[in-house]
Design a protein around this ligand. Structure first.
Ligand SMILES: [Fe+2]
Ligand SMILES: [Fe+2]
Length: 198
């Protein structure tokens, strides 16, 4: 990525995010670059999507909802109950406008970093995982996900979704259907791989 674009992204998130979230975003970039290097994925795209993934994180819930409606994002019942989850899809629209980013892979990776999606691309999985395992994160079970993320992206995603969906359920919060679809599609891929190896 051109240095001036990276600098512009960093300046922008520094002004939009709290220090804590800014440091998190820089950590996500570092983890995303490590994963991109490990799996041979475009590092410029990984850096861009990682830096901007939480671009809409600190917008008030009402504003997230209003922007989602304005951009034609489908606000399903779970989004309606937990508008904070919209910060992914809304960020993808905002960075399109604010920076002219048009790359669908980058935009989708930003959009689906909150709840996941079925049939995620390697870049999408990298951003989802980097968001969870970056060096400033600390929660019970993180080392299992960190290790799995470098074993295979799919193994990392399965472990990550088990953690987030399980935690969401323990909190008695609704699970977004896309998280379930993401999990099921990973199991399908796992089964296909097993069949190919027979
Ligand atoms: Fe986020
Ligand atoms: Fe994040």
């Amino acid at each position: 990525m051109q240095t001036d674009m990276r600098t512009a992204y960093i300046q922008s998130i520094r002004s939009r995010l709290s220090e804590h979230r800014f440091v998190h975003s820089m950590g996500v970039e570092k983890a995303a670059l490590q994963l991109a290097e490990h799996y041979g994925v475009d590092k410029d795209k990984a850096s861009c999507a990682a830096l901007l993934h939480d671009y809409a994180k600190q917008l008030p819930k009402q504003q997230l909802m209003a922007l989602a409606i304005q951009y034609g994002i489908e606000v399903d019942p779970v989004y309606r109950e937990c508008p904070g989850l919209l910060h992914g899809p809304v960020a993808a629209e905002l960075v399109k406008e604010d920076f002219g980013i048009r790359d669908p892979e980058i935009l989708r990776a930003i959009a689906c970093h909150t709840v996941g999606a079925p049939c995620m691309s390697p870049l999408e999985k990298i951003i989802y995982l980097a968001d969870m395992i970056e060096e400033n994160r600390d929660f019970s079970g993180i080392n299992i996900i960190r290790k799995a993320a470098f074993t295979s992206l799919d193994e990392g995603m399965l472990k990550a979704l088990e953690q987030t969906v399980g935690y969401t359920m323990q909190q008695r919060l609704k699970v977004h259907p896309d998280s379930i679809l993401a999990y099921n599609s990973l199991l399908n891929a796992e089964k296909e791989n097993e069949n190919e190896n027979i």
